[in-house]
Design a protein around this ligand. Structure first.
Ligand code: N01
Length: 481
């Protein structure tokens, strides 16, 4: 059987795509999921303390509000439960092929079809939606000797709860979003914790709090009240863009708040200095936490700022020659974002992989389509991530475009791909804008690719992206019957 749409991944993006296709009455849609359960990054990131830093009323589908969020900023188990609930509500489970690890996706230009090879067989589809996300493949630190460590090394996104950390000596490598959430959770139970910081992060106070029972009842009885709350949260975040994009010097106000937060929570001036970033707030992801700094001032926690030279069987050696002995290493070292390994598996019309085309600076159209990859759509594609608001808003915008384009391609039995000119126009306009934003103020971050180009962030108001993805524009596409 030829599928109309093969969706790869069952996280927010894959489920959202399946729902929209179902509503548009597109049949023969299958979701391929490599794991035995759905949920994507919110299934995989089960480390203690994992939480979303965007308010739940905004970090959820607009068409599937959840009046039962227990916290204004939910923790991972509740977000995962939300996705399970959405899958049940929209009857999606039967469309998901679990334990189907996609190994290759190749286009056959003779028949205008994609072949999706999986660990459990091959499938043929008219179109493909890559919903594998930017934070899917954990990046272990490239440190000499990492294979020689005698104890377990676990990445935050592959948390092994069978490893009992109580009373052990633990090393955490990295001080990004995942680290600042998990460190306060494990610090009270371990014998000793060394936190290896390469670059300090800006940390702002967290505003999250439990949702009152009466608020939940209000949201359940009057969905409009929850919608208003969402709209309010949306616009509050859009205003932040004036600092992120229009005038990064405005970030000094937030930097003052962060410095005050640090001063209130860390009495030792030396430690404060080590924790103070030297780059503009916002250049790297801004972190929210009320318990990270208090964890660092505990007697059993040390911040190590000497760089790591190697990992040895008994621990982590730093440039000052000290061996920091430990029983377990936790790598909070992020993901393959700009070099997502999925790119190696997708072959376009010329046989070239998407990764190869990217290395040659493959340009994209609306963060969603690529010349040479017909009827293939990437959700959370290039320059669709955000530093200031909810990625779900961007996803739903992309889905408007994808649905419109797919309906055209399927009903006309045609293959479509953006013209090189249209892709160039789109990509160049973003690349012109990005250097003047806060992300271009000079720091290393996972937003930048190996050539230092920001291929991750959308540098404008999200409502502009919504307007530009509202509909499929045939004139920007090559259309082959
Ligand atoms: O990863 P990161 P993350 N030696 O890449 C350090 C989302 N997320 O998993 O800054 C020593 O931010 C690296 O140091 P440096 C969110 O979008 C969201 O924490 O490169 N250190 C850095 O400190 C987030 O931004 C939520 O100098 C090494 C850290 O490891 C994204 O996921 C929660 C090293 C990596 O930080 C990724 O966050 C969690 C080495 N060899 C995640 N290699 C929320 O919603 C790397 N580092 C809150």
């Amino acid at each position: 059987m030829v599928l109309n749409v093969a969706i790869i991944g069952s996280g927010f993006a894959g489920l959202g795509a399946a729902i929209r296709l179902h509503e548009a009455r597109v049949s023969d849609v299958v979701i391929f999921e490599r794991a035995s359960d759905l949920g994507g990054t919110w299934r995989d990131n089960a480390y203690p303390g994992c939480r979303c830093d965007v308010a739940s009323n905004l970090y959820s589908f607009s068409f599937a509000p959840n009046p039962r969020w227990s916290n204004t900023f939910s923790y991972q188990p509740e977000i995962w439960e939300y996705l399970q609930d959405v899958a049940t509500r929209y009857d999606l489970r039967a469309s998901i092929k679990f334990n189907h690890d996609v190994t290759d996706i190749s286009f056959d230009a003779n028949v205008n079809l994609w072949t999706v090879s999986t660990s459990q067989g091959r499938y043929v589809a008219r179109s493909v939606i890559l919903a594998t996300g930017g934070l899917a493949e954990p990046r272990l630190p490239e440190i000499m000797g990492v294979d020689t460590f005698a104890g377990p090394i676990m990445h935050t996104a592959r948390w092994d709860s069978s490893i009992d950390l109580a009373g052990t000596r633990v090393a955490v490598i990295g001080t990004g979003a995942s680290a600042v959430q998990t460190i306060p959770q494990i610090a009270p139970i371990v014998a000793h914790l060394d936190v290896f910081q390469r670059t300090p992060s800006w940390v702002l106070p967290h505003q999250g709090h439990p949702v009152l029972e009466r608020t939940k009842r209000l949201f359940a009885s009057f969905p409009f009240a929850q919608k208003l709350n969402r709209v309010y949260g949306y616009w509050k975040r859009e205003l932040l863009l004036f600092g992120f994009v229009k005038d990064p010097s405005r970030m000094t106000r937030a930097e003052t708040i962060a410095r005050d937060h640090l001063e209130r929570q860390v009495p030792d001036p030396n430690l404060r200095e080590q924790l103070t970033p030297s780059y503009r707030l916002g250049c790297k992801r801004v972190l929210l936490s009320n318990d990270y700094y208090p964890a660092l001032v505990r007697d059993n926690v040390s911040l190590v700022t000497d760089h790591i030279t190697r990992i040895e069987p008994r621990g982590v050696r730093t440039t000052d020659g000290v061996l920091h002995e430990c029983d377990v290493i936790i790598a909070a070292t992020g993901f393959f974002v700009t070099d997502n390994p999925m790119g190696e598996k997708v072959h376009g019309t010329g046989g070239e992989t998407m990764a190869e085309a990217w290395r040659g600076d493959l340009e994209n159209y609306k963060g969603t389509m690529f010349p040479g990859f017909p009827n293939l759509f990437m959700l959370s594609g290039p320059n669709t991530s955000l530093g200031h608001s909810s990625i779900i808003f961007m996803l739903e915008s992309q889905l408007n475009y994808v649905l419109d384009a797919l309906k055209y391609a399927l009903s006309n039995n045609t293959r479509i791909e953006p013209t090189r000119e249209a892709a160039h126009r789109w990509t160049a306009s973003l690349q012109e804008k990005l250097p003047g934003t806060v992300w271009g103020t000079g720091c290393s971050s996972w937003y930048l690719n190996e050539r230092g180009r920001n291929t991750t962030i959308w540098p404008d108001f999200t409502f502009k992206f919504r307007a530009q993805t509202r509909r499929f524009e045939l004139r920007d596409h090559v259309n082959v019957r």
